[in-house]
Design a protein around this ligand. Structure first.
Ligand SMILES: NC(=O)c1ccc[n+]([C@@H]2O[C@H](COP(=O)([O-])OP(=O)(O)OC[C@H]3O[C@@H](n4cnc5c(N)ncnc54)[C@H](OP(=O)(O)O)[C@@H]3O)[C@@H](O)[C@H]2O)c1
Length: 377
């Protein structure tokens, strides 16, 4: 059987580095291209271990080019796009973080047959455009987010349910008294109870912005309105997703919370492979808890703006700016929601449809968010 050629964008991140390890063990996959942002020391280790023929980084590095003469290097965001063109991948796994991922998703659709999408921001900012282009080019879009991978598997070949469910662990602050949350430190927020992930998504788990982005992602990927998408807390993250039929039957997608499973599924679909040792499911509590709205205003806001594309873009852009300001010690954790709320409020209702309009909306929202950070903190 011909091997599938795989490009991994964001290989130095949490999802990207797990993908490298898994893909390397799948017999019919060949890693042909990898890209990183700025972490050149990890990138250099990955190049030594996996020897992809094509590689790209945001910054140019002569020492990397000299050390790996058999790899063809590209630089900058345009370079990552050119790498995709030249390496002709069958599959692209997109694990870049942030709205920056959208341009790579759109490029990937031009060159590959399957887009394995971890970058939820691509859907939040350009869901309609991305899905339209996938349909036009006949590209399979397989979500990597564990909840959406769960929904994808539950809905595959099923009749349309009445409602769909995604779960949240509740993040690092889920049991904190409300009045203390505002001033949680970076260390507190990064101490996630279940998952080990990149910094931004870990902060977003504590603020519930991540679940807000995921509700929007689910709307576009599966065609459900916000009031048909339920969110619950599942403390051990064993339940990822569910679908509820009108006769009361509830099908749940459950399993060990380990991102290697949905990553592998996106690469092997419709086949399955074993990625982690089998574990007992006896005595594992599988409990859904109500998600207290007053603790997580960012999720309520995401539900309110879902479907208004300019506000979705502003919600994400403001969060990116605010999380950076929090991580730099510039403002308290409680400031994140404040910045998002103000930025979304100042963004007019619009429906940017093409890439340049989306990017323009994103850039205006970032400026507004930065203005709010400068004014308030
Ligand atoms: N982590 C998880 O368990 C998880 C679960 C579900 C979904 N996701 C989603 O998957 C995506 C990646 O998350 P992550 O946690 O793996 O993030 P991460 O650890 O921060 O990694 C992000 C990767 O993207 C690269 N990157 C960042 N900005 C870039 C840019 N402008 N151009 C090119 N490359 C860029 C980074 O490069 P450098 O580090 O070299 O600078 C790194 O390789 C996010 O959209 C997240 O929401 C993650």
């Amino acid at each position: 059987m011909m091997k599938k050629r795989l490009a991994i964008l964001g290989s130095t991140g949490s999802i990207g580095s797990q993908t490298l390890q898994i893909a390397n063990r799948i017999e019919n996959i060949e890693i042909v291209a990898i890209s990183c942002g700025h972490n050149l020391s990890l990138f250099s280790k990955q190049l030594s271990e996996f020897h992809p023929p094509f590689a790209a980084s945001l910054k140019k590095s002569d020492s990397l080019t000299d050390s790996f003469p058999e790899t063809l290097f590209f630089h900058g965001e345009e370079g990552i796009e050119r790498m995709l063109e030249k390496s002709r991948p069958d599959y692209v796994l997109l694990a870049v973080s942030g709205a920056a991922g959208l341009r790579f998703s759109l490029k990937a659709i031009e060159v590959c047959h399957r887009l394995c999408l971890a970058n939820k921001e691509s859907i939040v900012c350009g869901g309609d455009l991305l899905l339209k282009e996938c349909a036009r080019k006949g590209v399979e879009l397989i979500p990597v987010d564990s909840e959406h991978s769960g929904l994808f598997q539950l809905l595959d070949g099923s009749r349309r349910p009445k409602r769909i469910i995604i779960t949240a662990s509740g993040g690092a602050l889920r049991d904190w008294p409300l009045e203390r949350i505002q001033n949680a430190t970076i260390r507190d927020v990064l101490r996630h109870p279940v998952w080990s992930m990149g910094n931004r998504i870990t902060v977003d788990s504590a603020s519930m912005v991540n679940k807000g982005l995921e509700v929007i992602e689910a709307k576009y990927l599966f065609g459900f309105e916000t009031n048909e998408i339920d969110t619950y807390i599942c403390r051990n993250s064993f339940i990822h997703a569910g679908i509820l039929y009108s006769d009361g039957v509830l099908k749940l997608h459950t399993g060990i919370p380990d991102m290697r499973i949905p990553i592998a599924y996106s690469l092997t679909y419709p086949e399955r492979i074993q990625t982690i040792p089998e574990q007992s499911i006896v005595d594992v509590p599988m409990i859904l808890e109500e998600l207290p709205k007053e603790r997580f205003p960012a999720l309520t806001l995401a539900r309110e703006i879902c479907g208004v594309v300019s506000k979705q873009i502003a919600y994400n852009a403001a969060d990116e700016v605010a999380v950076e300001a929090f991580m730099n010690g510039r403002m308290p954790f409680g400031g994140i929601y404040n910045i998002i709320e103000k930025t979304v409020e100042r963004t007019a209702d619009q429906n940017p449809v093409d890439y340049s309009q989306i990017i323009e909306t994103d850039s205006v929202a970032r400026k507004l968010a930065q203005e709010e950070v400068d004014r308030c903190y």
